[in-house]
Design a protein around this ligand. Structure first.
Ligand code: C2E
Ligand code: MG
Ligand code: MG
Ligand code: MG
Length: 278
C-alpha cells in the first residue's frame, strides 16, 4: 500500500515537473522578443536612510507587460535565466536604469542611486564587464550612483570567479550590494575577501524582527557585523512602524519596503521624488 502510494506520488510529481518545464519553455520563447517589442519596464522602490529619513535612491525592479498584463519577475526570471535571454534583458535593464537615474537628476537636482539586480547567468556571461563599462560610458552615469545587487547564493556558488569579477566592478566605481543576506550560506571567510558596499537583510528576518527574538538577534548580528566590516546595512521588506522602530534601535543604516512605498512605474516615481523634494 505504501509502495503504491509512493509510486502514485512520484507520477504526480513528474507530471507537475513536466508542466513547470513546459511553462518555462513557453515563457522563454515569448520572452525572446520582449526587448525588441518594448514590453519590459522598470519600477522603482525608494531606499531611505534611517538617521536622516532622507531618500537615498531606488531599487529598479523589472516588470514584463505581456499581452497587456503586468508579469512579476518571479514568474519569468527563471525562464530568462535558463534560456539565456537574461543576458540581453539584463543589458536592457542596466541601460534603462542608468538613463532613468540621469533623468531624475535632471528633473529634481537630486543625486540618487539606482540599484539593479544582476543574476548569476548574467554576471558570469563572458561579456558582462564589457557590457557594464559600455553602459556606464554610453549613458554618462556617475558610476558611484549605480549599484549592482547580487544574491548571496550567486556569490557562494562561484566564489573565486565572483570575488575577482566584483573587484573589477568596484574598480569602475560601481557599488555592490549583497541581496537577500542571511538566507544563503555565506561563510565568514568569504565575507573577509569580499569588498562590497552594502548588505541587504533579507525580508524574512525583517518581517519577524519586532515579534521574534531569534529574528531580532539575527538582524542585530547582521547590522553589527556588516558595519564592523565597513558595509552599510539595509533592511528590505519593512512593512510596519514596529519593524521600523526595532531596526532603528538596532542601528540599521537604511530601509526599503511597503511601509514607505511599493515599487512605482517611472512617472509615478518621479512624482514621488518631486513631492519629497519640495
Ligand atoms: P529582490 O531583489 O529581493 O527585490 C525585492 C522584492 O521584494 C521585490 O519583488 C519587491 O517588490 C518586494 N518587496 C519590497 N518591499 C516589500 C515589502 O515590504 N513586503 C513585501 N512582501 N515585498 C516587498 P519583485 O519586484 O517581485 O522582485 C522579485 C525578485 O525578482 C527580486 O527580489 C529580484 O531577485 C528579481 N528581480 C527583479 N528585477 C530584476 C531584474 O531586473 N533582473 C534580475 N536578474 N532579477 C530581478
Ligand atoms: Mg534586489
Ligand atoms: Mg532582496
Ligand atoms: Mg529576493
Amino acid at each position: 500500500d505504501a509502495k503504491a502510494n509512493q509510486r502514485g506520488g512520484l507520477r504526480l510529481f513528474n507530471k507537475g515537473f513536466d508542466q513547470v518545464l513546459q511553462q518555462r519553455l513557453q515563457t522563454a520563447s515569448e520572452l525572446r522578443h520582449s526587448v525588441a517589442r518594448s514590453e519590459l519596464e522598470l519600477h522603482f522602490q525608494p531606499q531611505i536612510a534611517l538617521k536622516t529619513s532622507r531618500l537615498v535612491g531606488a531599487e529598479a525592479l523589472l516588470r514584463w507587460r505581456r499581452n497587456g498584463e503586468l508579469v512579476s519577475p518571479v514568474d519569468f526570471i527563471p525562464a530568462a535565466e535558463s534560456s539565456g535571454h537574461i543576458v540581453s534583458i539584463g543589458a536592457w535593464v542596466l541601460e534603462e536604469a542608468c538613463r532613468q537615474q540621469l533623468h531624475w537628476q535632471q528633473e529634481t537636482g537630486l543625486e540618487l542611486t539606482v540599484a539593479v539586480n544582476v543574476s548569476m547567468r548574467q554576471l558570469l556571461d563572458v561579456h558582462f564587464l564589457e557590457m557594464l563599462t559600455g553602459v556606464v560610458q554610453k549613458t554618462g552615469i556617475n558610476p558611484k550612483n549605480l549599484e549592482l545587487e547580487i544574491t548571496e547564493t550567486v556569490m557562494m556558488e562561484n566564489a573565486e570567479t565572483v570575488v575577482d569579477l566584483l573587484a573589477e566592478v568596484r574598480d569602475l566605481g560601481v557599488q555592490i550590494a549583497i541581496d537577500d543576506f542571511g538566507t544563503g550560506y555565506s561563510s565568514l571567510s568569504y565575507l573577509q575577501q569580499l569588498t562590497v558596499d552594502r548588505l541587504k537583510i533579507d525580508r524574512s528576518f525583517v518581517q519577524l524582527v519586532a515579534e521574534q527574538d531569534e529574528a531580532r538577534v539575527i538582524a542585530a548580528m547582521i547590522v553589527k557585523m556588516g558595519q564592523l566590516l565597513g558595509f552599510k546595512v539595509l533592511a528590505e521588506g519593512v512593512e510596519t512602524s514596529e519593524q521600523l522602530a526595532e531596526l532603528k534601535k538596532l542601528g540599521c543604516d537604511e530601509v526599503q519596503g511597503f511601509y514607505y512605498a511599493k515599487p512605482m512605474a517611472a512617472d509615478a516615481w518621479l512624482e514621488y521624488v518631486n513631492q519629497l523634494n519640495c
